[in-house]
Design a protein around this ligand. Sequence first.
Ligand code: ZN
Length: 54
Amino acid sequence: MPQRVICNGCRHVLYEGAELKPPDEIIHQYDGKCPNCGRKLSLLPIEVEVKPTK
Ligand SMILES: [Zn+2]
């Protein structure tokens, strides 16, 4: 089950991978802001998509 975390502001994919990661860890990796649009990332509005594998 791949996990995808997308910036709420610009739809930039912050994390995509097979391993499930807690969103706060992903946000921490980016110093709390989106590398693409500079929008501040917060825990709750972050969109997490979990897609089933084929
Ligand atoms: Zn962004």
